[in-house]
Design a protein around this ligand. Structure first.
Ligand code: SF4
Length: 395
């Protein structure tokens, strides 16, 4: 089954599930066959038959999945160049070894290249130029830390090729549990991941591309025995799980941080706080302004123009507080990054938090088009910003 709805698990949990499947008597070679078969089927569905395919495989089971995919693609009349990253003598598992031996007997149609070090990658670009699709099966979900050579150089070549890339289980170089990349990782057009969505993919959209979760025949009983019934996240691909925190303007949660020492307590925000993790922030306070403070407004544009140095924030007595609002916005962004935040609910119409429309700095009773300084900075950094006025529409 291929699905868009999935429960996300970590790589460590997936490793436990794999081990438990073996204890249940499900042979690893069968799971490898299912994995490679589904990758080949997806490639055929997406890109057609008679493809020129370049496959990068490693010496572990991820490479084994790639080798199985080659065999299935050959029956769709593919022309394949396979690059083994590593020494054939280092192929680690019996299952991968078996499939490597099969590929050796298909040399009439499969060209095999062994890459033990960076110089062995010379000439790869020539094959990539002619390819219809690249399969990345170098390293799967077991990666920790930065890529070693020649994996890193191979990943760089893949990324500059402009050819669609299908990553097997996880893009090589990406930590599937955290979404972190240390240095370089393959940027896939599509990632076919097995059994369950991996937790880190949510934070790594630029690397995983379209994610397809493929069933490879692991029954729920195996998963329950391996990782128990503890709660896992449910989410649709492309949406943040509810457990990933959102930022919220502190005044909306009843914090007395408004310029006049009061708050903007909002009932809908409070209802949301009962269901989701909300992190309160007040950009003006984080920018070094005290409470109470004088009201302020943007002159010459919105938050975006402030960030570009084309507009200023002036308070009621004419003091320039642009630097404070810019600093506060940076602090909020820092918090967002450290918590992996993808969304924020900010106070409408504020020169710091507002989104879409803000009070005019020259005449506060008027609204002008634009974002607050913090809203503009968060948006520039890929964080979705809404206001409390939007909550009816989105929850
Ligand atoms: Fe509230 Fe935002 Fe103003 Fe801070 S900047 S007081 S959070 S509206």
């Amino acid at each position: 089954m291929l699905g868009v709805k999935a429960e996300a698990i970590t790589a460590e949990e997936m490793a436990k599930v794999d081990r438990k499947a073996a204890e249940f008597g499900i042979p690893s070679i069968l799971l490898m066959e299912n994995a490679g078969g589904v990758v080949a089927r997806i490639i055929t569905e997406k890109f057609g038959t008679k493809l020129k395919v370049v496959v990068f495989v490693g010496t572990g089971n991820n490479g084994g999945d790639g080798l199985v995919a080659i065999r299935h693609l050959m029956s769709k009349r593919a022309k394949v160049n396979v690059f083994l990253i590593g020494d054939p003598g280092d192929i680690r598992t019996e299952e991968a070894h078996l499939n490597w031996n099969v590929i050796q007997k298909m040399r009439q149609n499969v060209k095999i290249h062994v890459v033990k070090s960076i110089p062995d990658l010379k000439g790869v670009a020539r094959y990539l130029k002619r390819a219809d699709v690249i399969i990345d099966a170098m390293l799967g979900t077991g990666l920790k830390g930065p890529l070693r050579e020649p994996f890193a150089s191979a990943a760089r070549l893949v990324n500059v090729s402009k050819v669609p890339v299908v990553s097997v289980d996880a893009p090589t170089g990406l930590d599937p549990s955290t979404g972190e990349v240390h240095g370089v990782a393959v940027k896939a057009t599509c990632t076919v991941t097995f059994h369950r969505m991996k937790m880190g993919f949510l934070k790594a959209k630029g690397y995983v591309g379209e994610v397809i979760v493929a069933d490879i025949g692991i029954p729920p009983e195996v998963e329950a025995a391996a990782i128990g019934k503890r709660r896992r996240l449910r989410w649709r691909v492309g949406e943040a799980p509810k457990e990933i925190p959102k930022l919220v303007s502190a005044c909306l949660l009843g914090v007395n941080c408004r310029y006049n020492g009061q708050n903007n307590l909002n009932e809908k925000v409070m209802q949301l706080a009962a269901k989701e993790v909300l992190i309160p922030v007040c950009p003006e306070q984080l920018g070094g302004l005290g409470t109470p403070r004088e009201p302020m407004g943007i002159i010459g544009g919105g938050g975006s123009e402030v960030l570009d140095g084309k507009a200023r924030v002036i308070n009621e007595s004419g003091r320039n507080v642009t630097e404070n609002l810019a600093r506060g916005a940076e602090e909020v962004l820092k918090i967002a990054r450290s918590l992996g935040v993808k969304g924020a609910i900010l106070k409408a119409r504020s020169p710091s938090c507002g989104c879409g429309k803000i009070h005019d700095g020259t005449s506060p009773s008027r609204l002008v088009k634009g974002d607050g300084v913090t809203a503009a900075l968060l948006k520039r950094n890929g964080i979705q910003v809404v206001t409390e006025d939007d909550l009816d529409r989105i929850i």
